[in-house]
Structure formats: structure tokens, C-alpha cells
Design a protein around this ligand. Structure first.
Ligand code: SF4
Length: 84
């Protein structure tokens, strides 16, 4: 299991500061950061600790198993970002 970021993300980066495993990207200040509409969690790096979800001011982060039905595509979107 992993946590995933959904499309209400505003890229404030607070989740990155909370993450103990550097599982969230892209990093602020990079061209990739400016290009993406939201941040993404690498499912291979996520420890499923929940720290990011607690830090998110827009409640945009969920455990995969708790994703709302209308956000079900978020898991694939997060994973796809790291398969590039
Ligand atoms: S659940 Fe924990 S390890 Fe996974 S992305 Fe969030 S803060 Fe990082």
C-alpha cells in the first residue's frame, strides 16, 4: 500500500517536508515542478506512514485503500509519474 496525491494538490510542498523517505516529487525549483499540475508520491518509496496526509492543508492525500470513488485514477497517475 502507499499514499497518493489527488488533483486538489496546490503544490505547497508541506507534504515533502513531512515525508521521511523523500517519496514525493518533483522538487521545488526544478523545471519538472513548474511543469506538473500537482505533486506525486512514488509508490516504491512510500512507507505508508501518513505524515504527508496529516500535513496537507487541502486534504489532497489519501491511502490508496481510502481513495474517494471520484479520485480512483489518482493511484495510477502517481505511479505513472515515476515510470517516465
Ligand atoms: S505516507 Fe509517509 S512515506 Fe509515504 S509519501 Fe506520505 S509522508 Fe512519505
Amino acid at each position: 500500500m502507499a499514499h497518493v496525491i489527488t488533483d486538489t494538490c496546490i503544490k505547497d510542498g508541506l507534504c515533502m517536508e513531512a515525508c521521511p523517505s523523500e517519496a514525493i516529487g518533483p522538487a521545488p525549483g526544478t523545471p519538472e515542478f513548474d511543469a506538473v499540475p500537482q505533486l506525486y508520491i512514488n509508490p516504491s518509496e512510500c512507507l505508508d506512514c501518513g505524515g504527508c496526509a496529516a500535513a496537507c492543508p487541502t486534504n489532497s492525500i489519501f491511502c490508496i485503500g481510502d481513495l474517494p470513488a471520484d479520485k480512483a485514477d489518482a493511484a495510477a497517475k502517481n505511479a505513472a509519474y515515476y515510470k517516465k
